[in-house]
Design a protein around this ligand. Structure first.
Ligand code: 5RP
Length: 274
């Protein structure tokens, strides 16, 4: 096929995010301070990014972190998925009160591969957050920049197939190129419901290496293109071992047991991140 039939800018950026050789991605989420402030594992954000950047395929982060916490020599070494929604904080129970926080012009200037917007379906601010997503899609598509929709879940919302499929399908219909959601039982039904749109799975709160690796394994087995994990990597006692084990599952189809062997082999000398 010739490129004449493709939106080449969009395809080029999608290829930078999701490896076209295996259609898989290990995205590292370090965007949490935008509403959580100094999160454990991200207090020394520059060190966390320096330590883990070599092992991720794509870094999901914020404008401030790109400016202040990626070493100049590392800029451009990995594609950036830039969070462009915010306005909330952990000080309020209702997390859904977000608006767009970064312009498309700024995202282009920063040479990002994609932009990410959270959508809180079923929340007090459902319409506002869906319109954040569609506004950004309208702007980003003009420049061939993919939009990743985060199916964010408020404190009182269920993380089950019914809810997550509803939210994911709504994001697909809005025009998102990649959907980030949580793992749930019968996850392949969610992937089928939004096919062929790429799905990546969020890690959620820190659990344990075997549980997080099992979630990564189950996600890709169910058809996800990969994971966008944060806390289960940077809050682990062995963060490099953890991200290397996740890579083995996502890119090399390792079992959880094989991935745990990689994790264990990295334990001597493991350095916890602040
Ligand atoms: C917050 C986000 C985070 O990036 C997401 O939750 C992934 O991080 P973790 O694996 O720690 O849950 O999008 O809205």
């Amino acid at each position: 096929m010739t490129n004449a039939y493709l939106d080449v800018g969009m395809q080029s950026r999608m290829n930078r995010i999701i490896n076209p050789k295996d259609n898989r991605v290990v995205m590292l989420a370090v965007d949490h301070p935008y509403f959580q402030g100094p999160t454990t594992g991200l207090r020394n954000m520059s060190n966390t990014i320096k330590t883990l950047l070599p092992y991720c395929d794509c870094l999901m982060t914020t404008r401030g972190a790109v400016r202040s916490n990626i070493a100049p020599e590392d800029l451009g070494s990995k594609p950036i998925m830039l969070r462009v929604s915010g306005g909330n904080s952990v000080l309020f129970d209702e997390l859904s009160d977000e608006k767009l926080t970064v312009t498309i012009r700024e995202a282009i200037r920063m040479d990002v591969a994609g932009v990410a917007v959270s959508v809180y379906v079923g929340s007090a601010n459902q319409q506002q957050t869906i319109l954040n997503l569609t506004d950004m899609i309208n702007q980003a598509e003009e420049y061939g920049i993919p939009v990743l929709a985060v199916t964010a879940v408020g404190k009182n919302m269920a993380r089950d197939l019914r809810y997550l499929s509803l939210a994911s399908r709504m994001c697909q219909d809005a025009g998102a190129r990649i959907i980030k959601t949580y793992y749930c039982e019968e996850f392949s039904r969610l992937v089928d419901a939004v096919a062929p749109t790429a799905v990546v799975v969020a890690g959620g709160k820190y659990s344990s290496p075997p549980d997080a690796l099992q979630m990564a394994y189950d996600s890709v087995q169910a058809g996800a293109v990969g994971v966008d994990f944060g806390r289960n990597i940077f809050q682990d006692d062995n963060p490099v071992g953890m991200i290397r084990a996740i890579r083995a599952i996502v890119h090399d189809n390792h079992t959880v047991r094989e991935a745990m062997d990689i994790y264990t082999a990295c334990l001597p000398g493991a350095v916890k991140l602040d």
